[in-house]
Design a protein around this ligand. Structure first.
Ligand SMILES: Cc1cc2nc3c(=O)[nH]c(=O)nc-3n(C[C@H](O)[C@H](O)[C@H](O)COP(=O)(O)OP(=O)(O)OC[C@H]3O[C@@H](n4cnc5c(N)ncnc54)[C@H](O)[C@@H]3O)c2cc1C
Length: 431
């Protein structure tokens, strides 16, 4: 029988998610250890007419793991990872670090994000940008199979249609109790870390865009506007090279020339060590708020909007983090998976730490005129209506058709889909 808790330490641990601004309190948490537990939890929710949510790694900033007065399907006991050949079978609640650690022991790397504590499947189902994306694709592109408990309580192995939807359409189709993920033989990457003075920002962004334009798949980089250790803003550039190390050194050396480096290091690490770089950097329980935009390059207008936006920040910890989307995922046909953007772009994360949550929206409005329609579904709030409407591009109709077929009553209210078919997908917080 599934363990149901309504109070006590296990309840508190389940509802203690990453974003401390989320205030939704479910009435019951189902601590699942097996697929049968998940089926039973869905049945309990149906009988008691409780809204459902699914908690994996608990890192969705909008708090969709919890629903007020609802039942939470908690997957944090389902973190097992096993490897056969170059395929990992991953439990529904495994973190990115769980998968990367198991992969590392066998000489493999996994396409995941930048932070190990994030849920592997939460990240994967919505897309999954990371330092290996340029070479190996999004996390979603590496999803090979899934066992799913559907809204009616049945267990299925995802067929082609469901797998297509799971590669970017989020947790809108059922609970993924385990999944098969492609691994890649890779034991070392070259990790660059460069910091430049804030007053060189325009030059650094311009040069950075030029350096990455048409660059090799093996090079995937992040640029950020962030406060340094003494609180002074700076521009941080963090390229990862996943090809031949000697070749990569020459490529990464070029980043030092973007400005006058305050610091510059290039270090060989295992992909797992790279993933652990930010352990503890974004603590749980702090108030966060995030908005996102996709831009295609660093034109003077885009850079001005980024810097003008940053200048209006209300809290010192606020930062802008920008992932590069290029290479293999851009050569993946758009119709091959639900994920709705396949053109080269930079995914901008506007992240406020510890304030009232207004700044990201204002900064996002400044960027809007220079952005692609839509945005990264994993980071869009349900209230980002215009962006949600465009996020799946030409894939929206097919995605909604699958949603209607598998979950006609909108039991699963995960990342927002266009046209609001998945019911109340509100941001369950006081943001
Ligand atoms: C510190 C931090 C760093 C991040 N870094 C990156 C990054 O580098 N790249 C990137 O692309 N994104 C990144 N993200 C965004 C992240 O991918 C999403 O927030 C993702 O939804 C988190 O998944 P989770 O399981 O941890 O979250 P949860 O809050 O537990 O889950 C969010 C939702 O995902 C769905 N879900 C999760 N697991 C399952 C499952 N097994 N079956 C069905 N549905 C499920 C459910 O709808 C659930 O409500 C980051 C977020 C944070 C907070």
């Amino acid at each position: 029988m599934v363990q149901l808790v309504t109070e006590g330490p296990e309840y508190d641990a389940a509802v203690a998610i990453w974003n401390g601004a989320v205030t939704s309190r479910p009435v019951v948490v189902a601590l699942c250890t097996t697929t049968a537990d998940v089926q039973e939890a869905i049945s309990v929710a149906r009988k008691r007419e409780l809204p459902l949510s699914v908690r994996g790694g608990g890192h969705d900033w909008a708090g969709r793991a919890l629903r007020a007065d609802g039942l939470v399907i908690d997957l944090t006991r389902m973190r097992q990872v096993s490897i056969e050949g170059d395929v990992a079978t991953v439990g529904g609640g495994a973190t990115a670090a769980d998968v990367a650690e198991a992969a590392d022991r066998q000489g493999f790397a996994v396409a995941t994000g930048t932070v190990g504590t994030v849920g592997m499947l939460g990240l994967t189902l919505g897309g999954g940008y990371g330092p290996l994306s340029g070479r190996f694709g999004l996390a979603a592109d590496n999803l090979l199979g899934a066992e799913v408990v559907l809204a009616d309580g049945s267990v299925v192995q995802a067929d082609d249609e469901l797998l297509w939807a799971l590669r970017g359409g989020g947790g809108n189709f059922g609970v993924v109790t385990s999944a098969q993920v492609r691994l890649h033989p890779l034991t070392q990457v070259l990790v660059g870390s460069f910091a430049f003075p804030y007053d060189e920002a325009e030059q650094v962004f311009r040069g950075y865009g030029e350096l990455l334009d048409g660059g090799p798949d093996e090079l995937t980089s992040v640029i950020a506007i962030v406060a340094g250790p003494d609180g002074t803003p700076l521009i941080s550039v963090a390229p990862t090279w996943s090809g031949d190390l000697a070749e990569g050194k020459a490529v990464l050396d070029k980043f030092a020339g973007l400005g006058t480096p305050l610091s510059a290091t290039i270090t060989a690490k295992s992909p797992l060590e790279k993933l652990r770089e930010f352990d503890g950097a974004f603590p749980d329980g702090v108030r966060y708020s995030i908005r996102t935009r996709n831009v295609t390059g660093y034109t003077p207008e885009v850079v001005a909007a980024l810097l003008d936006g940053y200048a209006t920040r209300q809290s010192p910890g606020t930062f802008v983090n920008i992932h590069h989307f290029h290479g293999v995922p851009t050569r993946t046909p758009i119709e091959s998976a639900a994920f709705g953007v396949r053109q080269d772009h930079f995914m901008v994360e506007l992240i406020e730490v510890g304030a009232d949550g207004n700044w990201p929206r204002e900064a996002s409005t400044l960027l809007a005129p220079y952005s692609l329609p839509g945005g990264y579904p994993n980071l869009l709030g349900a209230d980002d209506r215009e962006q949600v409407a465009a996020a799946y591009g030409p894939n929206a109709t097919r995605l909604l058709r699958i949603k209607h077929r598998l979950d006609p009553h909108g039991v699963f209210t995960a990342i927002a889909l266009p046209a609001g078919v998945s019911g109340d997908m509100g941001t369950h917080s006081d943001n």
